[in-house]
Design a binder for this molecule. Structure first.
Ligand code: ADP
Ligand code: MG
Length: 736
């Protein structure tokens, strides 16, 4: 392979060397590796074993009983293939000194060539009986030695790594292991980019040792410290990117220094006070300590010379909206504007209602008007807005007559211009990427005519339900974090019951009738339909009919779904709020933001179909007053995951705890979203298992960048980070 530097090879060099240099790789097989996503030596070395088999623990074939799961070490005697009912079937008879057993493979015709007579196999599987014959169907097979043109090739390992073999590409674990072995021995020593001091403090193995130990462990415990080291490398690269991104955004623009010095966050402020003071004074409640602290942090950011980049987390019902509105008003009181971007039209509608209600009586100075003031103006901009309305709004945004605009992606279109955008609130729900956040911020960028410096609006990102701390450090690691860790006082807890059968279900409907009789309101959430809004709407219509004639006969039952015209939706919501509609049968359009304090019961049908975060968010629609509330989850669980989800919801109403359960169940893929997993370079790291390493990597990344913002003194780290980035982003992050 091409030469190495004095201290060894760098990852970037290994990424340049194609697998075709390997002697063991026949040209035909390069295609299989490519299909498997392995092109370079680096790809190969970072294809890690999924597990290990301890050869010393192999059992005797004769000792196995039907139902046993075991590892046996055996030799191939005969291979037979046929096609019963058109399906390929390969039967491999293997034996050890004690007896024989058949291995059966369906739809894997390549097994016939792979498992030739005389080959020695390590087989891991479950013994079953079929027509009186002892067999294992689709066992994990590791070719330990194979007879090939007379010569025996043998890897007599104690511990055998099992690679993620690919049936599709016809790649076996053994084959991958062979290539990895050669790649490892020919790569020689690798450069270790982690400064020795950190390696010592974190007790990290060297990189070369770690790669060897993970691919060719001598004992079953060798891979663990190796894994830690390699996990740390992955996480460190990611955290360096996040910390560098943070610095680069700060460096690329200054920000409006909002005037928040005169803000008085106490109730009772009079006419002469600032907008924010009047807002707080006008609230029908006192801010919680957590809301107060969150606002104080936000105001400090907003007054500072760097653009704010803050994540606002809090449980459902903790009052994040009030905090977000406070931030927006802090911008407006200095003569700037604010915007709130939501992921869906329904959410944008809801936010407009909520925000308008909160700022109803507020005014801003306007010398052009009689009395020198005008009402604060809040607009809604989505794709549903008519062309005429849109033109009018765009004019008002450009002139500064509109103070706050709430909307969807429609806000990102080119013709939207602001007179002076001071703060951007993004209601995330994991749906916007870093790029979109950047896009919205760019809308508000002003270039100062005199100095030529750019000025960015402040950014506040909100999540609807909490996300675990480690996941936040990875997904939102370029943001500062504020947690609103307290619910408003006087909330009666929501009692959650998982109604698994008809009896419990009857109790749920009984509770609905009782609450409605007491003058309260109820939600019924229709089963989740994946296909489309249209199908969901149809099922809601049917459910509405069924319940009105059955379990809820005699009650005023309303219907709400995403396909209804806005005006109709508005009307049914108003009637529900006023109590003319007592039970609202709805799709998940009500998921977020709906706020009717008199609602004290929620029934979720087919609850098993919903995710934890969604159920928690839905449940947040009740329990919004001091009256006790109930949430009934209907239906049996169809999986172990469902069982865990529904029991967790029954057990706790703590969104942070539920977020951990969710991460545990679903893994990082879903938390990070597609946008992150692909490009994150996380192959070994698991957010659940590697919590501590995430935090350590964060600390190290911060310390390194703090002392060396351009990574000039860490050229190997800089190079490894660049490997994960497209050239444009790399240029942005490393621009001096
Ligand atoms: P979140 O968005 O965090 O789930 P909201 O902002 O929708 O929560 O607030 C939930 C409800 O609590 C709303 O009805 C809101 O008016 C009310 N609320 C917010 N802050 C307080 C407070 N400090 N005291 C009492 N009620 C509050
Ligand atoms: Mg909310």
């Amino acid at each position: 392979m091409p030469g190495a530097d004095a201290e060894g090879r760098r990852l970037a060099q290994l990424a340049e060397i194609p697998v075709s240099v390997l002697d063991a790789l026949k040209p035909k097989r390069a295609k299989a590796l490519a299909d498997f996503g392995v092109h370079s030596i680096l790809d190969l070395l970072t294809t890690y074993p999924r597990r290990y088999i301890d050869r010393t623990r192999a059992a005797d074939v004769a000792d196995l009983a039907v139902g046993d799961e075991a590892v046996v070490f055996a030799e191939v005697k005969r291979v037979r293939s046929d096609r019963p009912r058109g399906r390929s079937r390969v039967e491999v008879k293997v034996a050890d000194d004690s007896g024989e057993v058949s291995l059966v493979f369906f739809n894997q015709p390549w097994r016939e060539e792979q498992l030739t007579a005389g080959s020695q196999l390590l087989v891991w599987g479950k013994l079953t009986e079929f027509r009186g014959r002892r067999q294992m169907t689709h066992p994990v097979v590791d070719l330990v030695a194979r007879v090939e043109s007379g010569a025996t090739e043998s890897r007599m390992l104690q511990v055998i790594p099992v690679y993620p073999a690919s049936a599709k590409a016809g790649l076996t674990s053994w084959e991958i292991g062979t290539y990895v072995k050669e790649a490892l021995s020919r790569s020689g020593r690798l450069v270790d980019p982690v400064p020795p001091e950190w390696r010592r403090r974190l007790r990290l193995q060297g990189r070369t040792e770690a790669l060897e130990a993970i691919h060719e462990p001598e004992t079953m415990s060798d891979p663990w410290p190796a894994r830690d080291r390699l996990v740390f490398d992955e996480l460190l690269r990611l955290q360096l990117i996040l910390v560098l991104r943070r610095r680069a955004t700060e460096r690329s623009a200054g920000s409006i220094r909002h005037d928040v010095s005169v803000v008085e966050l106490t109730p009772g402020a009079a006419d002469g006070a600032t907008l924010v003071s009047r807002f707080v004074a006008g609230l029908p409640f006192q801010l919680t300590g957590a809301q107060h602290d969150a606002l104080a942090q936000i105001f400090t950011d907003m007054a500072g010379p760097l653009p704010m980049h803050r994540l606002l987390q809090g449980d459902v019902g903790s009052g994040k909206t009030v905090v977000a509105v406070g931030a927006m008003l802090a911008a407006v009181q200095g003569g700037h504007q604010a915007t709130l971007m939501a992921p869906t039209e329904v959410l944008a509608d809801q936010h407009v209602l909520g925000v308008r209600a909160l700022v109803e009586d507020l005014w801003v100075p306007d010398p052009g008007r009689l009395g020198g003031r005008r009402p604060l103006s809040v607009g809604l901009l989505t794709n549903r807005v008519s062309a005429r309305e849109r033109t009018r709004m765009l004019a008002e945004l450009a002139s500064g007559q509109m103070d706050i605009v709430i909307g969807t992606h429609a806000l990102l279109t080119e013709d939207v211009e602001f007179a002076s955008l001071g703060v951007v609130v993004v209601d995330e729900q994991h749906r916007f990427g870093v790029e979109q956040r950047a896009g919205l911020r760019a809308k508000g960028r002003i270039v100062d005519a005199e100095s030529g410096a750019s000025v960015d609006p402040d950014l506040l990102v909100m999540t609807a339900t909490p996300i675990p701390r480690t996941a936040a450090m990875v997904v939102f690691g370029d943001l500062d974090m504020t947690v609103v860790g307290e619910l408003p006082p006087g909330r009666a807890p929501v009692t959650t019951r998982w109604a698994r059968g008809p009896l419990e279900e009857e109790a749920a409907w009984e509770r609905v009738r009782r609450e409605v009789e007491a003058g309260h309101r109820a939600y019924v959430i229709c089963p989740l339909v994946e296909e489309s809004d249209r199908v969901a709407a149809r099922s809601a219509v049917e459910e509405h009919r069924r319940l009105s004639g059955g379990a809820l006969a005699g009650l005023e039952v309303g219907l709400l779904h995403g396909q209804m015209p806005t005006a109709e939706k508005q009307e049914v919501m108003d009637r529900f709020r006023d109590g003319l509609v007592q039970v609202l049968v709805a799709t998940t359009v009500i998921e977020v933001g709906i706020d009717v304090p008199e609602a004290t019961v929620m029934v979720v049908e087919d609850a098993d179909r919903f995710g934890i975060a969604q159920l928690h968010q839905l449940r947040g629609r009740v329990g919004r007053s001091s009256m006790p509330s109930w949430c009934f989850l209907l239906g049996a669980a169809t999986s172990e995951g469902g069982e865990t989800r529904l029991s967790a919801l029954e057990r706790t109403t703590d969104g942070f705890e539920l977020a951990e359960v969710d991460l545990e169940l679903r893994g990082e893929g879903t938390v990070l979203g597609e946008r992150q997993t692909g490009s994150s370079g996380l192959r070994l790291a698991k957010l659940r298992r590697d919590r501590e390493w995430v935090e350590r990597a964060r600390r190290v990344a911060e310390a390194i960048v703090e002392a060396d913002p351009e990574l000039a003194g860490h050229p190997e780290l800089a190079e490894e980070v660049r490997l994960l980035l497209d050239p444009q982003t790399a240029a942005f992050l490393f621009k001096s």
